[in-house]
Design a protein around this ligand. Structure first.
Ligand code: ZN
Length: 345
């Protein structure tokens, strides 16, 4: 492989790492904002509980003072009853006393009910205060974490930028400007040409172009996606002797993030097949066989966004009946950037 190309591959890797770091730095403060929102909710819950307790206490004081008022009235009526002249007057006073006692009973009842609800309110307040304390601790921890990660990322960024400048200065300027034009548009400006295809977009290359790449003469770009191509003759040689027994693995991305299938395409004499496995769990999904066709023609629609997987160093002579073996699944998930845990909905 020519030296410029090797440097561009290095630049491509650095460029992707730089954009990953920049994304990370940009998303970190969002987490702090999320916890801050939770913190504000906890604060307002504490305030609400406190003000409910306050109004409960005010009510209690009011009922207590009402009771005193009624009691004073009763004493007054009793005094008056000692000096009344007629039976009617006496009866009227007794009715007033009865009326006042009824009011006192009602106030006492309300105070009791209030005491019950105030113990519930106090429990609410304690719970809200505990939450607030936890959120406060969490936000301090998260802020410290964000600060540390950001500082670390920025250090890495500076180092990568320095490396990038160093490599750039040694690359042919025409190639460099072509590379940078693609790098601004595509994630990954360089792709391996493997099996006569661009491994980034899976479009076939003209045989002449592919052979030139294999022989290491000059560079080529993919006609379809524009990426700069390179080929590794050793890898092509290891592909196996017979095309008719070809087996390849692809990742077929799903519509949702962190979803999709791993597909094993195989050609055998006179037919071809595909088996699919869930990319998150590794469980077998389905199998299809077609006669008289190669899998690239028979299942052409499945290759649209497919990503070629490289299981070369794994033992692929295993039993894949219901479930991908753990090591195979793990390697594929790494290559396809799939997390083994389903994303929360
Ligand atoms: Zn391409």
């Amino acid at each position: 492989m020519n030296q410029d190309l090797e440097k561009l591959i290095e630049l491509d890797k650095i460029g992707q790492e730089i954009s990953r770091l920049k994304d990370e730095i940009a998303t970190l403060p969002r987490k702090v904002a999320e916890i801050e929102a939770k913190l504000n909710t906890a604060k307002s819950q504490v305030e609400a509980a406190k003000s409910a307790i306050k109004s409960q206490e005010a009510n209690k004081r009011k009922f207590e003072s009402d009771i005193q008022d009624w009691q004073q009235k009763i004493s007054k009526f009793r005094e008056q009853s000692l000096s009344v002249k007629t039976n009617e007057q006496y009866k009227a006073l007794m009715t007033e006393i009865e009326f006042a006692e009824k009011h006192i009973g009602e106030c006492e009842e309300k105070i009791l009910v209030g005491m019950e609800s105030s113990s519930a309110l106090n429990a609410d307040l304690q719970k809200a205060e505990a939450e607030l304390k936890a959120e406060n601790a969490e936000i301090e921890k998260e802020k410290a974490h964000v600060k540390a990660v950001t500082a670390e990322d920025e250090k890495k960024l500076a180092e990568l930028s320095r490396q990038r400048e160093g490599i750039r200065s040694g690359v042919d300027s025409a190639m460099l400007s072509h590379f940078e034009r693609i790098a601004t548009k595509r994630k990954g400006a360089i792709a391996e040409a493997f099996d006569q295809k661009c491994s980034a977009c899976n479009v076939m290359l003209r045989p002449q172009k592919f052979n030139e790449l294999l022989s290491g003469n000059g560079s080529a770009t993919c006609d379809s996606c524009g990426r700069i191509l390179y080929a590794d003759p050793n890898r092509q040689a290891n592909k196996g002797p017979s095309k008719s027994n070809e087996k390849v693995w692809y990742f077929l991305p799903g519509a949702e993030e962190n979803s999709g299938r791993f597909a094993l395409f195989a050609n055998s004499k006179g037919s071809c097949s595909v088996r699919t496995f869930d990319a998150v769990t590794g469980r077998s999904l389905e199998k299809a066989v077609k006669k008289k066709l190669g899998f690239r023609e028979a299942f052409a629609d499945m290759f649209a966004n497919a990503l070629h997987l490289h299981p070369e160093h794994l033992d692929m002579h295993q039993d894949f009946d219901d479930q991908l073996p753990a090591d195979v699944l793990e390697e594929f998930q790494l290559q396809a950037h799939i997390s083994p845990v389903p994303t929360a909905q």
